[in-house]
Ligand binder design. Sequence first.
Ligand code: SF4
Length: 342
Amino acid sequence: MQAQLLDWYDREGRTLPWRIRPEERAQGQIADPYAVWLSEIMLQQTTVPHATPYWRKFLAEFPTVIDLANADRDRILAMWAGLGYYARARNLHKCAQVIRDEHEGVFPSSEAQLLKLPGIGPYTAATMAAICFDEATNIVDGNVERVVSRIFKIEALLPKARAEYRRMAGTLAPAERAGDYGQALMDLGATICSPRTPECGRCPWSNFCAAYKNGVQLDYPKKVKKTKLPVRYGAAFVLTCDNKVMLERRPDDGLLGGMMGFPGTSWGDKPCVPLDHAPEKRNWEKCDANVRHVFTHFELRLDVYRAQIVETVSEGVWAEIDDLANYALPTVMKKVFAVSQN
Ligand code: SF4
């Protein structure tokens, strides 16, 4: 199975900007741990087409991990805006600083040491160790879980039985070409063994696949039935003065921590009396549209209020509207601003 997958990868594996393909390695190119790390952190919960421009932007502005460590955190958060899961951006900065201060600017070269760094979990450590240092690790992400579930017809439910999927994936992992194998398996899941339309006729593992043999590919992986996301409610206030708008920084320890946003209510199970929380006693106008945004564990519905004043007040941060792209505004706050402008 290993040989067939690697042959397929040599022929048909994806070319990605951070990836060193086997033919490139044969010419002496080696993977840059910094570039691979950036890509892996960005790709968590994000697609390749969405993450790629961010990856290019980060590498252009911070060509080395030391440049990233020395950067202003607000600049990093602003550049991350739109990628979501902002704890990743805060940890990215922390991790770069640890590499600078404790590892002389060089990424450690083993899975065990990588795992000790901020923001690097088991998947990223295994992936980096295999791709950058050819350590024989067991790389398992959602794509790999799907492939393995079908190959073995695993009945145990995800996400509870994740350890079982990892164990089964480990039975296939080779001792050599660990990085290529891991990337091949992820490519197989991302391009051929897709959730709803697997192309089994093109699959290098179709001869070994229990689900394919039984025609039940789409029944796997088995998952715990999803419950409907709870809804939370709140309000946001967009206060403008000429071509400026009032922002405030969200506390580091909450959701969207460290990012900028508009003043607002807390987010609760029931709509509250929003104007009790407005930053200024003004003639707030409620916008016709509201904002809906889905986070991992809940759906947020925000009413948007707007008002204009003639002189800025001392509260908050006053940002030039034309310059908003340079502030660390998460997507939900960009939606709030868009609604306030209609
Ligand atoms: S044969 Fe089909 S279901 Fe099985 S691993 Fe390949 S693509 Fe996936």
